[in-house]
Design a protein around this ligand. Structure first.
Ligand code: KIV
Ligand code: ZN
Length: 530
């Protein structure tokens, strides 16, 4: 049985099985500022595959050389997951997509066109011309690949008759999956369920294929809409880790997976996702995208399992079920109490990191251990989050052209702050002193004095990793230079030093990009569907 046959058979053979289609690397990465490096994309794809995601949308191959390379490499390294690439409704896009995904054991082409009146007006196609285009492009994709997904973009604002007509055309042309996107996050749960139910009931051939749901979160209903679509008969949910995505984001993978797991009584559907891997992947996506997870975010937020009030703590101690509907371990959250201190040894560190889903080679562990000891000397209590920040902060060090060596800052009331910064630039040590409007401003000016650049600061964010005045601060800095965007992060108990390192980390990433082909910018737009 081919993959297409399996997908076509899914509604009958596996009524309760919902496939998870992750689009963190495509729709998620598309959100302004969430750009990931090539290596980061490969790492996230590997984690998604390990976690049991069924389909990974790895990118939009024609959008840039970088996207093409990433999708091809992810396809080559894929294990169980289907690897999918996105293509607009034209032959060139579809060919390019196939060139990238064909390396996968289980490739899929996902082609789309905007079908609502507003979207039809952009390529200026009549309804009949667009219908013809859909037939031609899905047929072309199907001639290349036996697993084709088709999406009518802005489906929830497309006239019913026209939507039903084009869905039928796509099915007849060979699409095994038809995705119904709520592109602008406009629909509501009842409508979301009804739309899928009606398509299955009224479109000829609809019971032979899989319907997917793809919801955006503009009105905060993406998770509810996706689950409602499943109740209506959809058997594929398109989602992203942490709900990353354009504008208010997409349906959050962790939310739909845990909703179906915890409320199996009213949502009797199964996925293949190993939920104990959710926390780790959430943290990695937050780090590499530079989009921190809000504290009170469902499932993966820092406070999602924290019980502050006396009444809650008392109840929790007597019986955890009083205030907990799922166990922290179910989502991969290990004990966050004090675990390691300055007397802890290398074996304790290795075992703790392993619990957190981080396995390091001996030399890497040695390096992290040295930095852990330095941290433990400065900080009484070393929490899980501290360790994760420590590991992540050291990851890029080896290939960095710019390295912060030392920083001394003097601040006083009524006087400008002074920063005295030493860095190595391609191995050569240089020092600069600058004044500024506060310690961070002075420090960033010193970095620019040592490494003049035109990069524009788009985001500067400080995040306390743990509690207390000795907590580590994780600083995120997003820079933009000639259309390239890079996010740098660093963590330290000294916020100004963490800021300097995060800024320099972002500059290093811009340098890596500049050193490459210079073609990594997205060259086309989603609206350009003609
Ligand atoms: O939101 C949307 O409509 C999309 C399509 C490209 C599927 O992301
Ligand atoms: Zn989308």
């Amino acid at each position: 049985m081919t993959d297409t046959d399996k997908d076509r058979a899914a509604p009958q053979a596996q009524k309760d099985r919902v496939m998870i289609f992750d689009t963190t690397l495509r729709d998620g990465e598309q959100s302004p500022g969430a750009t990931m490096t090539h290596e980061e994309k490969l790492e996230i794809a590997g984690l998604l595959d390990d976690m049991g995601v069924d389909i990974i949308e790895a990118g939009f191959p024609i959008a840039s050389e970088g996207d093409f390379r990433a999708v091809s490499e992810i396809a080559k390294r894929s294990r169980d997951a289907v690897i999918c690439g996105l293509a607009r409704a034209n032959l060139k896009d579809i060919d390019r997509c196939w060139e990238a995904v064909k390396h996968a054991a289980r490739p899929r082409i996902h082609t789309f066109i905007g079908t609502s009146p507003l979207h039809r007006a952009i390529p200026n196609l009549s309804k009949d011309e667009m219908a013809e285009r859909i037939h031609e492009t899905v047929t072309h994709a199907r001639n290349l690949c036996d697993n084709v997904q088709w999406s009518p973009m802005d489906a929830t604002r497309t006239e019913w008759d026209y939507l039903a007509r084009v869905v039928e055309i796509a099915i007849k042309a060979g699409a095994a999956t038809v995705n119904i996107p709520d592109t602008v996050g406009y629909t509501a749960p009842v409508e979301s369920a009804d739309l899928i139910r009606r398509l299955i009931a009224e479109v000829p051939g609809a019971d032979e294929i899989v319907f997917a749901t793809h919801c955006h979160n503009d009105l905060g209903m993406a998770t509810a809409n996706a689950l409602a679509a499943v109740e209506g008969g959809a058997r594929q949910i398109e989602c992203t880790i942490n709900g990353l995505g354009e504008r208010a984001g997409n349906t959050a993978l962790e939310e739909v997976v845990m909703a179906m797991k915890v409320r199996g009584d009213i949502l009797p559907y199964q996925t293949r996702v190993d939920s104990t891997k959710l926390m780790h992947i959430s943290r990695r996506v937050a780090t590499v995208s530079g989009f921190n997870v809000q504290y009170n975010k469902a499932i993966v937020g820092k406070n999602a399992f924290a019980h502050e009030s006396g009444i809650h703590q008392d109840g929790m101690l007597k019986n955890a079920e009083t205030f907990e509907i799922m166990r922290p371990e179910d989502v991969g959250l290990t004990e966050t109490n004090i675990v390691l201190g300055k007397h802890s040894g290398r074996a304790a560190l290795r075992s703790k990191l392993k619990n957190l889903g981080i396995e390091l080679a001996d030399n890497q562990l040695g390096d992290v251990f040295v930095r852990f000891k330095e941290l433990a000397d400065r900080k009484k209590e070393v929490y899980d989050e501290d360790l994760i920040a420590l590991v992540q902060a050291g990851e890029d060090d080896t290939r960095d052209r710019l390295v912060v060596k030392s920083l001394r800052v003097v601040c006083g009331t009524g006087k400008p702050a002074e920063a005295d910064l030493t860095m190595t630039i391609d191995g050569v040590e240089k020092t600069a002193q600058m004044t500024g409007d506060g310690p961070v401003d002075a420090t960033f000016k010193a970095v620019r004095a040592l490494h003049p650049n035109q990069a524009r600061l788009q985001l500067y964010q400080v995040h306390a990793v743990t509690e207390g005045t000795d907590a580590q601060a994780t600083v995120s800095v997003r820079l933009e230079e000639e259309g390239n965007i890079a996010t740098g992060q660093s963590a330290d108990t000294d916020t100004v030093l963490a800021s300097a390192k995060a800024y320099v980390n972002a500059l290093n990433r811009l340098l890596i990009r500049r050193d490459r082909t210079g073609q990594d910018q997205k060259e086309i737009s989603y609206k350009d569907v003609g």
